[in-house]
Design a protein around this ligand. Structure first.
Ligand code: C5P
Length: 216
């Protein structure tokens, strides 16, 4: 079995890269951000106040998330596009500050990945979720470039956003994810840091493939 942790800030290219790595080595892929997004989505749709941490914690037992055929299901229903919006990223970041929410997400990630080789992308995978992962990658890029990538993605999906708002939001999320007390965004001591500013996906991938191959 091999475990690969890919961490980094919003827009660093983590999920695109992680999916390709999983495909190349024919192993499972888990998107940890999606789990925070699903919980944020549920809380918002149930009209639970986002300021009410107790209310959020009390509702966690009603949230059943499973992975089937590479897709997440929330209480039995497929959930994907609904959580890929600009707003759900913001909601995710709010609920991700609550320790019990993190415990639930980590439990799901650990129980799936304990059974098979897995690539997981997120913020705290190399530091908290898979501290013993054979491969740890920390992807980063300038805030402007990351905002640009996110902006293009959202526009392609038909969302009405403007660049300045996306840029401001990326900087706010960096700030919130880096400065929170629980599982802050930071590279693991043994992570390989890759700055993707100005790099093509293929270049980054070939660097990562070489690292993974050396562990097989
Ligand atoms: O990666 P993605 O943009 O989907 O993550 C959404 C939010 O979920 C992040 O801004 C972060 O606050 C939170 N998150 C986290 N830990 C992870 C993955 C995501 O706190 N491992």
């Amino acid at each position: 079995m091999i475990h690969i942790a890919i961490d980094g800030p919003a827009g660093s290219g983590k999920s695109t890269i992680a999916k390709k790595v999983a495909e190349k080595f024919n192993i499972n892929y888990l998107d940890s951000g999606a789990l925070y997004r699903i919980i944020g989505y549920y809380i918002f749709n149930e009209n639970i106040n986002l300021e009410d941490a107790n209310g959020i914690v009390n509702s966690l037992g009603d949230i059943d998330i499973i992975l089937s055929e590479g897709k997440y299901r929330l209480n039995g229903k497929l959930i994907d596009d609904q959580i890929r919006t600009y707003n759900s990223g913001k909601l995710a970041s709010r609920v991700a500050k609550i320790p019990e929410v993190r415990k639930k997400v980590n439990y799901i990630l650990k129980s799936i990945s304990s059974k098979e080789s897995t690539v997981i992308d997120g913020r705290d995978i190399g530091t908290v979720v898979l501290p013993k992962a054979e491969v740890k990658i920390y992807l980063t890029a300038s805030a402007k470039e990351r905002a640009n990538r996110r902006y293009k993605e959202l526009i392609e999906k038909g969302e009405k956003v403007n660049f300045e708002d996306v840029y401001t939001e990326i900087k706010k999320r960096d700030e919130a994810d880096t400065n929170r007390t629980i599982a802050p965004l930071k590279p693991a001591e043994d992570a390989k840091i890759i700055d993707t500013t100005g790099k093509k996906i293929e270049e980054v991938l070939s660097e990562i493939y070489t690292i993974v191959e050396s562990e097989l």
